[in-house]
Design a protein around this ligand. Structure first.
Ligand code: ADP
Length: 378
């Protein structure tokens, strides 16, 4: 047991959670960093706001009871396949990965740098979004493009949302009494990704070199014929930055119907709105395709777990995505699904279907403590 401060430092926000054992002691968020009127002009000020909020709650950042700080870091490349104690060398290697995650890793590094300055005595651990997916095979990780080019530019599939997939796959396997079983995790939030996990090891995941690949998301397209990008440039006259914005910020549910929030999409759907209907059907069709693909990758499936804001809260998405799959042993009990019970499949189903709220901060705290206790034993 120990007390861990978890920091998720983005370019314009810092989310924090103080975790004691498996209990949340304090949490919050500093938003709109650097914007006019924000409490923080930069990451240094943002962490000072976090420190002040913690102190006001009676758990100061200077508390001797704090065991460690755990940082979410988005991209670990192939360098970091496990949570890692932060040293100067680790910071340098995370910097080397900035070209792979130009928006995220610099912000994560800013959080690390300030936190190390504020508490130089405290062990700090980097927990990577990509790490859980490091076990996918070369067959799953490799894009079928020229190998020399791919290797030179580190182009391969990495996968993201790893802490969530790690936590939810483990909880789901435990929930059905099969800790070494096969699990399909559907993490459906603003970003969305699927993973196939066997005996606790990830074997496939839907996000790729960047979080753009895979499922339909709030504002991201997910899978797309790569030639569409060429066409947008050559025939559509769009610049690379414009295409980036189109595919990451103006596509997905937002691009299809103008709403990226699934609650709004469902309300419009209920009112018979045709755009919302198309968006919803594209979303669920893609999801179903991935369930089928990952069933084939795993061979057998013990449990399909829904998580994330949509996965945890939308009975309609869950039942639509899995409808008509009884021949595969997959079914959803309507009443259990509406109530969002932990297990929503009928009794006796071959494949269990579960709703497992994700808890990325708790997972980061636990992985941080595991690194500290491993380091202390060495
Ligand atoms: P993030 O990916 O930013 O962590 P979340 O996992 O919290 O986001 O998911 C946020 C999304 O969850 C919202 O955009 C919304 O579409 C969806 N959501 C939340 N509550 C509901 C609900 N009751 N029904 C359908 N969708 C919901």
């Amino acid at each position: 047991m120990g007390r861990v401060l978890v920091l998720n430092t983005g370019s314009s926000s810092v989310k924090y959670r103080l975790v004691d054992g498996d209990r949340r002691r304090a949490s919050g968020m500093v938003e709109r960093i650097g914007e006019p009127g924000s409490a923080a002009a930069g990451h240094e000020e943002a962490l000072k706001v976090v420190a002040a909020e913690l102190a006001a709650g009676g758990f100061g950042l200077d508390s001797p009871e704090l065991t460690a700080i755990g940082h979410r870091v988005v991209h670990g490349g192939t360098t970091f396949t496990e949570p890692t104690l932060i040293t100067e060398e680790v910071v340098r290697k995370i910097e080397e990965l900035v070209p792979l995650a130009p928006l995220h890793n610099p912000a994560n590094l800013a959080g690390i740098e300030v936190a190390r300055r504020l508490r130089p005595d405290l062990p700090q651990v980097a927990v990577f979004d990509t790490a859980f997916h490091a076990t996918i095979s070369p067959a799953a990780a490799t894009y079928a493009i020229d190998r020399e080019t791919a290797e030179r530019l580190r182009i391969r599939r990495y996968g993201f949302h790893g802490t969530s997939h790690a936590y939810v796959s483990r909880e789901a396997a435990l929930a059905v009494g099969r800790p070494l079983g096969n699990v399909i995790v559907l993490h459906l939030g603003n970003g969305a990704s699927a993973s196939a996990v066997s005996a606790g090891r990830c074997v496939e995941t839907s996000m790729g070199m960047t979080p753009l690949e895979g499922l339909v998301m709030g504002t991201r397209s997910g899978d797309l014929d790569p030639a569409v990008v060429l066409y947008l440039g050559r025939t559509g006259g769009m610049s690379l930055d414009e295409i980036d914005t189109l595919l990451n910020r103006r596509s997905g549910m937002f691009g299809l119907c103008g709403d990226n929030d699934m609650r709004a999409v469902q309300e419009r759907l209920a009112a018979g709105d045709a755009d919302a209907e198309l968006a919803f059907s594209v979303y669920c069709h893609r999801l179903r395709k991935y369930v089928g693909a990952y069933y084939a990758v795993l061979g057998t499936v013990d449990v399909i777990a829904f998580t994330g804001g949509v996965g945890e809260n939308s009975p309609l998405v869950r039942r639509t995505a899995l409808a008509g799959l009884e021949a595969l042993g997959i079914a959803v009990d309507p009443a259990r699904n509406e109530r969002g019970e932990r297990l929503i499949s009928p009794d006796g189903s071959v494949v269990k279907v579960a709703v497992i709220p994700t808890d990325e901060e708790l997972e980061i705290a636990q992985q941080t403590l595991a690194v500290i206790s491993r380091t202390n034993r060495q």
